[in-house]
Design a protein around this ligand. Structure first.
Ligand SMILES: [Zn+2]
Length: 304
C-alpha cells in the first residue's frame, strides 16, 4: 500500500469510528513530505494535516481560493514546482472540499460583491469566471487542476499528482484522481500544447515548453530576486527542512498493513472522534458533533 492509499484507508476507518486507525509515517519516509493545495476556506484550518494522519512538519501547505489551478505555468504551479525542488516534496495532492463557496458564487454575485468593495468592473478582465477560475463542480475542478499539474513541465514525471475531496462535515477523504495509477501514462512535458491551455497567459509562454527543470540553477541568486516576491507568497513556512530519500513510486508489497500489529502497543487516540449524525454510535446527543476534526493517528511504531 502506497502513502495516499494508506492515508485514505486510515481516514475511512477513522471516519467509520475505528479508534485504532492510524498511519505509520516512518513506513512512508520515501514519500514524505507531501505538498497539498487546498482552498482558503477557514473551516479547513483545523482539518489539515490531521485528516491525512501525517506529521505537520511533513506537510507543505499551499492554499488559494477554490484550490484552483488555471494553467501549467501559473504562480501556483511555480510554488508547487519549488515545493518539490527546494523543499523536497515527494507527492502532490490537490484536495478540494465539499460546500466550497467559490463554486457556489455566481459570476453576477461575485461582481456585485467586488463592486461593494470598490472594485471597478472596467478594470477587471472580460471573462470573469475564466480569470478567477470559478467552477461549478468541486470534483471536476480537482480533476482539471490535477491535469494541469500533471502536464506541467515544471513538475517531474516521478512526482505522483493526486486529487481528493474532503467532506467538510466529517473530514472524510474521497479519491478523485489516483496519482499512482495515472503518472506513467501521461505525455511527456514537451508534447504538451500550451496553446490549448485555458489560461490566456500560457500561449504567450509557449516557448517555455522547452524549459528543462534539470537546467534550473540556484547558485548565486536567490529565487525571489528573479521570480518576484508576489509570486512566492503562497508557500507556507510549515515545511520540513530535513532531507528525504529519492521518491519511490513502485508498490510496496512488503508494506505492513495499517493496524496489523497489536493495538495494545498503540498510544491512546489523541482525540475522541464522533461522526456527526451517526445513528449507530448512540452517543449522547449533546456531545459535540465534530470535536477536533477526525485525526488519523500518527503512530510511532515500536520497532524493537
Ligand atoms: Zn472552498
Amino acid at each position: 500500500m502506497r502513502l495516499f492509499e494508506a492515508i485514505v484507508d486510515a481516514n475511512h476507518r477513522a471516519v467509520a469510528g475505528d479508534a485504532s486507525a492510524g498511519l505509520h509515517p516512518a513506513d512512508f519516509a520515501d514519500a514524505l513530505p507531501i505538498i497539498a493545495l487546498t482552498c482558503i476556506d477557514p473551516r479547513l484550518n483545523a482539518f489539515f494535516p490531521n485528516v491525512l494522519g501525517i506529521p505537520a512538519d511533513q506537510f507543505i501547505w499551499l492554499r488559494n481560493a477554490g484550490n484552483i489551478v488555471t494553467g501549467t505555468m501559473t504562480s501556483t504551479m511555480r510554488s508547487l514546482a519549488l515545493g518539490c525542488a527546494v523543499k523536497e516534496g515527494r507527492e502532490i495532492a490537490i484536495i478540494g472540499h465539499t460546500d466550497c463557496h467559490v463554486s457556489q458564487t455566481p459570476t453576477m454575485l461575485l461582481l456585485d460583491k467586488l463592486k461593494r468593495l470598490g472594485v471597478d468592473r472596467s478594470q477587471l478582465p472580460e471573462n470573469i469566471s475564466e480569470f478567477f477560475g470559478t467552477f461549478a463542480s468541486e470534483r471536476q475542478n480537482v480533476i482539471k487542476a490535477c491535469g494541469f499539474v500533471r502536464q506541467s513541465p515544471l513538475i517531474g514525471p516521478k512526482i505522483p499528482v493526486h486529487g481528493l475531496v474532503v467532506d467538510i462535515t466529517n473530514g472524510q477523504l474521497d479519491w478523485i484522481v489516483n496519482g499512482y495509477e495515472t503518472w506513467q501514462t501521461l505525455p511527456k512535458p514537451g508534447a504538451i500544447d500550451f496553446a490549448q491551455s485555458s489560461s490566456p497567459a500560457i500561449g504567450a509562454l509557449g516557448s517555455l515548453a522547452a524549459f528543462d527543470l534539470g537546467e534550473m540553477k540556484f547558485p548565486n541568486q536567490r529565487i525571489g530576486d528573479a521570480a518576484g516576491q508576489r509570486d512566492l507568497g503562497d508557500i507556507k513556512p510549515m515545511v520540513s527542512g530535513g532531507t528525504v530519500a529519492a521518491p519511490r513510486l513502485d508498490p510496496m508489497p512488503g508494506q505492513p498493513q495499517l493496524g496489523a500489529e497489536n493495538s495494545a502497543r498503540r498510544p491512546p487516540p489523541p482525540t475522541e472522534w464522533v461522526k456527526p449524525g451517526s445513528a449507530r454510535t448512540g452517543e449522547n446527543p449533546n456531545k459535540k458533533p465534530l470535536p477536533p476534526p477526525i485525526r488519523s493517528k500518527i503512530v510511532d511504531r515500536d520497532r524493537g
